[in-house]
Design a protein around this ligand. Structure first.
Ligand code: CO
Length: 168
């Protein structure tokens, strides 16, 4: 199981690197990320959240785990929906976030095979949230400044905790 990086860790703000090599090591990383996601009771987990600046994430919206490598979002629906989001890197923070209702995506699996799919509603929301992590974007960047201001003390507390755990 990986240690989950908490808000304040600089890796969460870095743009992650594309995968070029599809070997057993990549699959081991994805499997360990799935384990870490389930132990943390999450529905998605991106590599930067476990300290790896790579363009991979895992997600499970109730139909089993999906391994996503080098994702691209080809199309965002104009129709938007608002729903509550949380994040394993922002424990105890939940906010309404506006996302496209559906997305057309392309990604590779652990073997390098290319997949194109359309996700709608819940999996579309998770895909967009996890994709953001690879760009160094967090869901709290997508809420209003007023709402973010109200989270200020909670965020400072997380940054303090993040600094403590990284010293260990
Ligand atoms: Co997240």
């Amino acid at each position: 199981m990986y240690r989950i990086r908490i808000y304040g860790d600089p890796i969460l703000r870095k743009k992650a690197k594309k995968l070029e090599v599809f070997d057993e090591n990549l699959n081991d990383i994805l499997e360990e990320m799935i384990e870490t996601m389930y132990l943390g009771d999450g529905v998605g987990l991106a590599a930067p959240q476990v300290g790896l600046s790579l363009r991979i994430f895992v997600m499970d919206w109730g139909e089993g785990p999906l391994k996503v490598v080098n994702p691209e979002i080809l199309e965002f629906s104009e129709e938007k929906v608002v729903d509550e989001e949380g994040c394993l890197s922002l424990p105890e923070i939940f906010e309404d976030v506006e996302r496209s209702k559906w997305v057309k995506v392309r990604f590779q699996d652990e073997k390098g095979n290319i997949h194109e799919r359309i996700f709608e509603d819940y999996p579309a929301r998770i895909f967009q949230h996890e994709y953001d992590h690879l760009e160094g974007i967090l869901f709290i960047d997508r809420i209003s400044a007023a709402r973010r201001a109200r989270l200020k003390s909670k965020l400072l507390e997380l940054m303090r905790k993040s600094r403590q755990t990284s010293k260990r």
